[in-house]
Design a protein around this ligand. Structure first.
Ligand code: PLP
Length: 429
């Protein structure tokens, strides 16, 4: 299987090249040349075997082919349960059982395993540079921590992540360095891009990225959708519809790919926070990226969703794309209301991101929709305890892996939002 650039200028490449490159040379995003049409019977296998089945045809001519079973076993070593909520037909897909309590753990671990396997034994140490608004950096740090041949440099906006998110970024040490940047997330992203395009720096200090446009993050995320939808069909003989809290569209694109591969997935509905580029587009306006607005659901604070280009590539034109998706925005006041009412209404405490999805479910039920929906729970509420606990009126216990990282000391280096300063810190001392 070959992988094409969404911009169509760069030549098709193998999966190994696409994984190592991240972005295509023409600035596009890599997409598979076709979607394998798989036939799934029965309730499906374990999560890691489901991942293997989905990914095998993409990796058929990869040097990783014979290692794929093990890579999937490592990446999918914690569950992704689909739990019933209080309401009839309402479900929660819990993706927060990994080491950093957010869905990005699955794909970060897959990417780390894959890049480790692709690495030549005598290659110099590669530094993974990630700009993060909170969760990506922690997942990438956890996945690459103490991994031979890799360092991690995390850039996050100082004071704009939750206290526990900051802890989760700074608690690693060893081969992981956390930089708290005196600036916004957009400043962090600009710094990361400047480093990645600095050829002179890269000759001395090989760099790589791990952001959400990487195929190594997109493809593995299909696994939990497949696993949940197969289990659901076996029990209910019906497809499962999903509501996906959305920022860069990476998670939602994975749901879309799983659906195109033949899985019993119905509608995929997109929930955003006050950053409403997608709701505007799907309601009929043009695609108009905006400056990012800070919200309670900070991992979804995105003004120009980076995977939009992929979704657009998979449709003939914008009208066809609009016909398949609905996106709705949920503002901060409504996120607060949703969290406050969720224990009574749904039987759970959601994180602010998951709350945007729950609110869309509530709107659907209020309008008489009777289908089966799975709301994707993208992070554990304990990660956002400073927002959630006062709204529900009690403490939220962190899951064991999160508790363990909170028990370690954490620190981060202050960095001005200035590329010369970052360059100096990255160079060998
Ligand atoms: C990253 C993230 C999102 C948004 O996911 P995308 O793939 O960027 O759309 C939503 N919720 C949480 C908790 C996240 O960390």
């Amino acid at each position: 299987m070959k992988f094409l650039s969404t911009r169509g200028v760069s030549s098709p490449v193998s999966i190994d090249e696409a994984l190592a490159a991240g972005l295509a040379p023409d600035g596009g995003l890599y997409v598979p040349e076709r979607f394998p049409d798989l036939v799934f019977q029965g309730p499906g296998a374990t999560l890691d075997r489901t991942a293997y089945t989905l990914l095998a045809s993409y990796f058929e001519d990869s040097s990783l082919r014979d290692r794929l079973v093990d890579i999937c076993e490592q990446a999918f070593s914690f569950p992704a349960p689909l739990r019933p909520l209080h309401g009839e037909g309402d479900h929660l897909l819990e993706l927060f059982h990994g080491p950093t309590a957010a869905f990005k753990d699955y794909a970060a671990r897959f990417l780390a395993e894959a890049l480790s396997e692709l690495r030549k034994p005598d290659a110099p140490t590669t530094t993974i540079v990630v700009a993060t608004s909170g969760d990506t950096g922690a997942a990438v740090a956890a996945a690459f921590h103490r991994r031979p041949g890799f360092n991690v440099a995390i850039l996050y906006p100082d004071g704009r992540v939750s206290p526990r998110q900051a802890h989760g970024l700074g608690c690693w040490g060893d081969n992981v360095r956390a930089f708290r940047v005196d600036g916004s997330f957009d400043d962090c992203q600009t710094l990361a891009k400047q480093a990645l395009s600095d050829e002179a720096l890269r000759r001395e200090r090989p760099l790589s990225s791990a952001n959400s446009i990487s195929l190594g993050r997109l493809l593995p995320q299909t696994a939990y959708y497949a696993h949940a939808a197969l289990q659901f069909r076996a029990e209910h003989d019906a497809p499962l519809n999903f509501i996906v809290p959305t920022g860069n569209l990476g998670n939602a694109c994975a749901a879309f790919v799983a659906k195109r591969m033949g899985l019993p997935i119905g509608e995929i509905r997109l929930a955003t926070n006050a950053n409403d580029v997608l709701p505007r587009f799907f309601a009929g306006s043009g695609y108009a990226p905006q400056p990012t607005r800070a919200t309670l659901a900070n991992a979804m604070d995105v003004g120009a969703p980076s995977n939009f280009e992929r979704l657009r590539h998979w449709y003939d034109d914008d009208d066809a794309l609009r016909a398949d998706f609905i996106a709705e925005s949920v503002d901060d006041a409504t996120i607060r209301d949703t969290i406050r009412q969720a224990p009574q209404r749904h039987g759970i405490v959601p994180c602010p991101h998951t709350a945007t999805g729950l609110r869309l479910l509530e709107r659907l039920r209020a309008s008489g929709d009777r289908r089966h929906w799975g709301v994707v729970a993208t992070a554990h509420p304990a990660k956002f305890e400073s927002i959630v606990e006062s709204l529900v009126g009690h403490a939220v216990e962190p899951p064991p892996a999160l508790a363990e990282s909170l028990a370690r000391p954490a620190s981060a280096e202050l960095l001005p939002a200035d590329y010369a300063a970052l360059r100096e810190r990255l160079l060998p001392r």
